[in-house]
Ligand binder design. Structure first.
Ligand code: ADP
Ligand code: MG
Length: 574
């Protein structure tokens, strides 16, 4: 039998995979199991309308067999199988080499194509130096064997197989100085990989496991009897099959959610909030999200990676899919499962953007609503949340003008000088006296010091509230927003602007007061000019102020930023 050549593109992709993308070899098993599961799906659906299939849902299984001595791992399924032509078509070519193009265009970046897209059947060659596939298609009475040792090509020969389905026989490579393969011929290794990637595959993944047990005691028991042990094997189902995120919220206890969270995301405390979200609009998905109750220790370091675990129909595609979360919700942990995503690279390439984007948008809205619900219904808990992650939300407002500000501004909390507690902007605006023209704030390092500024006293004295901002991002955040919605005296929608008490006209004085100050400045021009000269280039102008109450003098900034903010900026490196 002559050897068939792989198609040129397939050759390139295989070569690339086997030789350069070694970051995550273990995913070969996920790929082969998900192919098996797909094949079973196909036959199962056929069985629903075709009684000649003669199979019930419970009859389907994926069987793993391990021959340690010969380094052979076999994955067999009783799914739809492949005809000779299908073996050739499906395993001899790669339908579309989208991911090859992708990799070549992005040569310099360290892209983990396998982790991102899955490369299907060919990933077997990452761990095996020879792959044998024996398959019998449903409805056919002949079986065929496909065999290949890598890029050179493959051989097709007739084979024997009693029942429909496919067997993938992997001859696992031997360890080299740099690469380890023993894990793939170890019972524990295989079990761990199945649990990690394929726990939620809908059909049982079974393996004969070696166990030991105590032999029965003889009767009567001799005086000097010592217990004896024997080894035996037992067929075990390795996967749990039903994902917790597919269950109704009412079917799962808080404790189960909490345990799942702690297990999966290695946290030692319960999450602050559990969010269950399903298909919305055009996005098909199940999501189970968690808001942690504390900041991860590495949250503000480069090492922290945002993202949600992404599954396609119960099969893990990616541990941390960053595209599912906006940056300002980077603290959210969780899982998204969508049947619209497939492991197929070509379809994946097309769907990646549009489908993920839809899910991203739906989740963004959902998380925002949940935080809002927490703010309204459980204020104490929300304030705890705010201490941990509020800064991230403020970054969100400030990093993207307009859109995000509008989405997030309702979630902001600032310290109120008047109320002596955290308030939302809406709470601030609701309590504003009718004649108050601005939302006043002061920015600096210490709330105590800010509250003692002359201008602060003046604002508070008027009966107006004042927000005391002590984080570097605060003032930028308000500046980006510029204003906040407020109904005017007639109940019509309007806005009210933010005003730094250290800059510009505070809108506190009446026209007469302003006029009097201007007159006094003009009358004392000679004196003020002398003062200005004495202070040399330290000040731009000296004048009579309407802002002072108990203090004799104050400094005022004319630019867009307060003196405090300029200090913050001056401290920033670079
Ligand atoms: P994908 O699964 O994304 O289509 P793969 O490279 O994993 O790509 O597999 C290529 C094709 O080979 C599959 O689409 C399927 O038609 C066929 N195939 C692979 N494994 C099996 C199997 N165990 N049973 C039946 N068909 C299979
Ligand atoms: Mg596949």
């Amino acid at each position: 039998m002559a050897m068939q050549q792989f198609q040129a593109e397939s050759k390139k992709l295989m070569d690339l995979m086997i030789n350069s993308i070694y970051t995550n070899k273990e995913i070969f098993l996920r790929e082969l199991i998900s192919n098996a599961s797909d094949a079973i799906d196909k036959l199962y659906f056929k069985s629903l309308t075709d009684s000649s299939v003669g199979m019930n849902k419970e009859d389907f299984r994926i069987l793993l067999t391990l021959d340690k001595d010969n380094r052979i791992l076999t994955i067999s399924d009783n799914g739809i199988g492949m005809t000779r032509a299908e073996l050739e078509e499906n395993l001899g070519t790669i339908a579309h080499s989208g991911s090859l193009d992708f990799k070549q265009e992005n040569k310099d970046e360290n892209i983990d194509i396998i982790g991102q897209f899955g490369v299907g059947f060919y990933s077997a060659f990452m761990v095996a130096d020879k792959v044998t596939v024996i398959s019998r298609a449903f409805g056919s009475d002949e079986a065929w064997q496909w065999e290949s040792s890598g890029v050179e090509g493959y051989e097709l020969t007739p084979a024997e197989k009693e029942t429909p389905g496919t067997e993938i026989i992997l001859h696992i490579k031997s360890n080299t100085e740099t690469e380890q393969y023993d894990n793939f011929v170890s019972e524990y290794g295989i079990v761990a990989i199945v649990k990690k990637y394929s726990d939620y595959v809908r059909y049982p993944i079974q393996m004969e496991r070696t166990k030991s047990r105590r032999k029965p005691e003889p009767d009567p028991k001799p005086e000097d009897y010592t217990p004896e042990w024997e080894e035996y094997t037992e067929l075990e189902t390795l996967n749990s099959m039903i994902p917790i995120w597919k269950k109704q919220k009412s079917e799962v206890t808080d404790e189960e959610y909490n345990n799942f969270y702690k297990d999966k995301f290695s946290d030692y405390t319960d999450p602050a909030r559990v969010i269950v979200s399903r298909t919305e609009g055009t996005a098909n998905y199940n999501a189970l999200l968690f808001i942690p109750s504390h900041r991860p220790y590495d949250f503000y370091t480069k090492e922290y990676e945002k993202g949600l675990a992404l599954y396609a129909s119960g099969v893990l595609i990616m541990d941390k899919c960053a595209d599912l979360l906006p940056d300002y919700f980077s603290f959210v942990k969780g899982i998204v499962d969508s049947q619209d995503l497939s492991l197929n690279i070509s379809r994946e390439m097309l769907q990646k953007d549009s489908q993920l984007k839809l899910i991203h948008n739906a989740l963004e809205k959902k998380i925002k609503n949940e935080l809002n619900a927490m703010l309204v219904n459980d204020r104490a808990k929300y304030e705890e949340f705010w201490k941990e992650f509020g800064r991230q939300i403020k970054f969100g407002v400030y990093s993207d003008y307009g859109m995000h500000a509008e989405l997030l501004r309702g979630l902001l909390l600032f310290y109120s000088a008047k109320e002596q507690k955290m308030v939302t902007l809406e709470e601030y605006v609701e309590k504003m006296p009718a004649d108050q023209k601005y939302i006043y704030f002061a920015a600096g390092e210490s709330a105590d010091r800010l509250a003692k500024l002359p201008a602060a006293e003046l604002v508070l004295d008027k009966g107006y509230d004042l927000l005391l901002l002590t984080e570097d991002v605060d003032e930028f955040c308000l500046q980006i927003m510029r204003s906040f919605p407020r109904k005017d005296a007639e109940g019509k929608d309007g806005t009210v602007e933010f005003k730094n008490i250290n800059s510009g006209d505070l809108g506190l004085e009446s026209e007469e007061e302003k006029k009097a100050a201007e007159d006094a400045t003009a009358e004392n021009k000679a004196l003020f000019d002398q003062m200005k000269d004495a202070l040399a280039d330290k000040v731009k102008e000296v004048r009579v102020s309407t802002r002072l109450k108990d203090h004799p003098v104050c400094l005022s900034a004319d630019g867009p930023l307060s003196i405090e903010m300029e200090k913050v900026l001056a401290r920033q490196p670079g």
